[in-house]
Design a protein around this ligand. Structure first.
Ligand code: GLV
Length: 388
């Protein structure tokens, strides 16, 4: 965070110089307008407040402060004439919006790693930069994905419901059994930063094979080597801890980890845990549909921490009801929020969280810092730290 603070400090100094009324520094005639569509985490909001106090006829900050999200008309009103916009993933930054905002717009900086809510092709055509916040949310999103995997595979939702609904009877050896990870295969659809972090988190639980799809040619031997090393370290630790007793990782001589790129079909049919961590795009919309969900094992779980529309909800609801798959864990749905009376919401085998992937104090602060850095950089015409 310190390096982010330093970076923001430097950029704010440059911005201040640019909005100073000194004619030797100021070469722009229309004011710089920053539009911020939400209230940032407190540490970063302080920077926005500081900038707000500098407002003059060369610099204006407009910020949406209400808890209720703006509708499209209100969003446009807020952003009209903006030079830079800091937005979030629920703001629809489409072509109409971009052209209506006006010609001064230089940068749209979203506080998210996903950018399916922004028409990047139109931004490129109009010369508008698009800032995103990758990297800083990898760990927290991987953590919540692991929570979903565990919640689905160990029937957490059913267990919680049984307790709250008074259906917790006497201890029963065959009641509410799930599955474990030992010698299982995890399939990661879209093995990028988050996918790799998820895979790494499942290795200590006993996973022995990772299948993956990726847009790039493959993940590279360094990533694969790192995953192998995690496995070797976990097995060594397990052997040390369990010399005389049951080994948590199963057969202690089973030290290998297979890491293989595969087709979607092979991944779906061979994996015990299928995790979606890819981007939403035209080619991944409803990628998990009624025909390919049938390829999955009856005992398999499907986890989505990427974007809701990658999974066809109806197909998933049907697969859960018919026992085609064992359970699902979702941090994202289509739509969001998913209605409380939706068939997936009430499904006992569908463990749903309300898009909490990056929701930690630390991560959201870093994301906001990066979004601010990207926005000021774009306004000043400096290369963005991370662009779409
Ligand atoms: O979903 C969260 C993000 O894209 O940052």
């Amino acid at each position: 965070m310190d390096s982010f603070e330093e970076k923001i400090k430097g950029l704010v100094c440059q911005l201040k110089a640019s909005i100073s009324k000194d004619p030797r520094i100021t070469d722009h005639t229309s004011p710089i307008v920053l539009a911020v569509t939400f209230t940032l985490p407190s540490k970063i909001q302080l920077w926005i407040d500081q900038l707000t106090s500098l407002q003059n006829d060369l610099f204006v900050i407009k910020q949406w402060k209400s808890e209720i999200r703006p509708n499209q008309e209100e969003l446009l009103e807020l952003c009209q004439g903006a030079t830079g916009i800091i937005c979030i993933l629920t703001d629809s930054i489409n072509e109409d919006f971009l052209t209506s905002v006006g010609r001064e717009l230089k940068v749209v900086s979203t506080m998210s790693v996903g950018y399916d809510h922004i028409d990047v092709a139109s931004c490129n055509r109009l010369g508008i930069k698009v800032g995103i916040t990758p990297g800083v949310l990898t760990g927290s999103t991987a953590d919540i994905t692991l929570l979903l995997i565990l919640g689905a595979i160990r029937r957490a939702k059913e267990g919680i419901l049984a307790v709250s609904e008074g259906k917790w009877g006497p201890w029963n050896p065959t009641w509410m059994l799930g599955y474990e990870f030992v010698r299982k295969t995890i399939g990661i659809i879209g093995l990028g930063r988050i996918g790799i972090a998820v895979a790494a988190r499942t290795i200590p639980l006993g996973i022995s094979k990772i299948l993956y799809t990726t847009r790039s040619s493959d993940i590279g031997s360094d990533v694969s080597d790192n995953l192998q090393q995690i496995k070797a370290a976990c097995v060594a630790m397990d052997q040390l801890n369990n010399k005389m007793v049951h080994s948590a990782l199963g057969n202690s001589s089973d030290t290998g980890l297979e890491v293989q790129k595969s087709s979607l079909e092979t991944l779906l049919s061979e994996s015990d845990i299928v995790v979606i961590t890819c981007n939403l795009s035209d080619s991944t919309y409803h990628m998990i549909n009624s025909s390919n969900i049938k390829l999955m094992k009856k005992s398999a779980v499907l986890v989505n921490s990427a974007r809701g529309p990658i999974v066809d909800n109806n197909a998933l609801a049907e697969a859960l009801s018919s026992g085609t798959i064992f359970a699902a864990g979702l941090d994202v749905t289509q739509p969001e929020p998913i209605p409380a009376n939706h068939s997936l919401t009430s499904h006992p085998n569908c463990f749903i969280l309300p898009h909490l992937g990056s929701a930690t104090q630390e991560t959201r602060t870093k994301m906001a810092a990066l979004a601010l850095i990207n926005c000021i950089s774009g306004v000043l015409g400096i290369e963005l730290a991370h662009s779409a």
